[in-house]
Design a binder for this molecule. Structure first.
Ligand code: ADP
Ligand code: MG
Length: 398
């Protein structure tokens, strides 16, 4: 179920901003509106929904409207038009008290500049959000401690921020956001000020944290790598408009227009795409069906080998047409002639690693899950084609 649904959400900055709405309706661009009527379009008719538990990334160059959009979600910025539905309830229509409750219980925010108080301890910083809400001391300490533990800062609660590294300070900011235990966490360029290596660590930790606490996260970044690494889905913005929303693969493999294409053209696909993106459906046979049926299946589907799986689709091996003929002649079973030594990888194997493996074998590579169930196979052509930036060929993916 969607936790947030945004409809025609628009923000215009300036004087008497309603003037811009009919112009946007007629398709005027941000640039034209700025020139002709001296108004700044922050967000232009954004429309999307966010699913419960996903990491939804909003990406775009500086000035594209990311911060405005994310602040419209909790109404730190008042929309000029449109709706923000939280579990079906319109945030735009909430009165002051409802909005206060909404921000207190449902939606938290983590900023780029960690906004820590230097004279306060780590614990007092993590408690801050609860404190402003008037939560009593004992409860807020307990919740802040839990949040600090979640972000790996247990033992640091009595330190001051300046005793901590940049990455650790950002974790305090994150703990402050989590202490509230909100349904949705908004993170505006939360990692952008960090050194590259620390930043990568934080991205990894956020993913791990997310898998434990299952929060819905709206993550803003201007960094494509970061977006691809952590986003379940990415919304790409330009001049206040969302130009594409999709999974990282969709954005990379099917860019919606020239702008997105240019944005992603320098991405090293081999470090982003995985076996799951290029695998195709294998032709299967169960061993008890025997070599005669196996041969018939090969003929019917025009292949020279079949993947042999058991009832739970666990991979047993491969049988070739030659092997099946031999079995038939010598009255043997499929299991007698099966080739069990076949290359296998997990679905999250990067094309980079896959490519190396494939140079050592002439067989397609089997993609299996952690229980050895066959999910698909990868042939060399599909890897090459994906690396060249082409859509996965027919019959590919899933
Ligand atoms: P981003 O976060 O993607 O860098 P912003 O949302 O901050 O972009 O800004 C989007 C556009 O709105 C920019 O053109 C910016 O100049 C303008 N803008 C943002 N905040 C204000 C404001 N308070 N008053 C006027 N214009 C603003
Ligand atoms: Mg911003």
């Amino acid at each position: 179920m969607s936790i947030i649904e945004v409809k025609q959400l628009t923000k215009v900055f300036g004087h008497d901003t309603g003037r811009a709405l009919p112009l946007l309706e007629q398709g005027w661009s941000k640039e034209k509106i700025a020139q002709e009527v001296k108004l700044t379009v922050g967000v232009n008719k954004a429309e999307f929904s966010i699913e419960e538990g996903e990491i939804f990334v909003i990406m775009g160059l500086s000035g594209s409207g990311k911060s405005t959009l994310v602040r419209l979600l909790n109404r730190l910025i008042e929309p000029t038009a449109g709706q923000v539905l939280f579990k079906g309830k319109d945030v735009v229509k909430m009165n002051a008290e409802q909005l206060r409750q909404f921000r207190r219980k449902n939606i938290g925010m983590v900023f780029q500049k960690f906004a820590l108080f230097p004279h306060r301890t780590v614990l007092a910083n993590a408690e801050y959000g609860l404190e402003v809400q008037g939560v009593e001391k004992e409860t807020r300490t307990r919740r802040a401690m839990e949040a600090l533990e979640l972000v790996g800062l247990k033992g640091w609660e009595n330190s001051r921020p300046d005793e901590l590294s940049g990455g650790m300070q950002q974790r305090v900011g994150l703990a402050r956001g989590l202490a509230n235990d909100p349904d949705i966490l908004l993170m505006d360029e939360a990692f952008s000020a960090l050194d590259p290596l620390i930043r990568k660590d934080m991205q990894q930790e956020l993913l791990e944290l997310q898998s434990r606490v299952k929060k819905t996260i709206v993550f803003i970044t201007h960094d494509l790598d970061e977006a691809l690494r952590i986003g379940d889905r990415i919304a790409l913005m330009k001049d206040g408009v969302i130009v594409q929303i999709g999974t990282p693969e969709e954005i990379l493999i099917q860019p919606a227009n020239k702008y997105v294409e240019r944005f992603v053209e320098d991405v090293d696909l081999s470090k982003v795409l995985t076996a799951s993106h290029v695998m195709r459906k294998p032709e299967l046979v169960r061993p008890e069906r025997g070599p005669r049926v196996a041969l018939q299946l090969m003929r019917d589907s025009g292949v020279s080998s079949l993947y042999v799986v058991d009832k739970e689709t666990k991979l047993q091996g491969v049988i070739t047409a030659e092997d099946a003929l031999l079995a038939l002649k010598e009255n043997k079973t499929i299991l007698d002639v099966l080739r069990r030594e076949i290359p296998r990888v997990t679905p999250d194997t990067l094309l980079n690693d896959l490519f190396e493996l494939m140079s050592e074998t002439h067989l397609p590579v089997a993609v299996v899950d952690e229980s050895d169930r066959l999910k698909g196979i990868v042939i060399k052509g599909a890897v090459l084609s994906a690396l060249a930036g082409n859509a996965v060929p027919e019959g590919g993916a899933n």
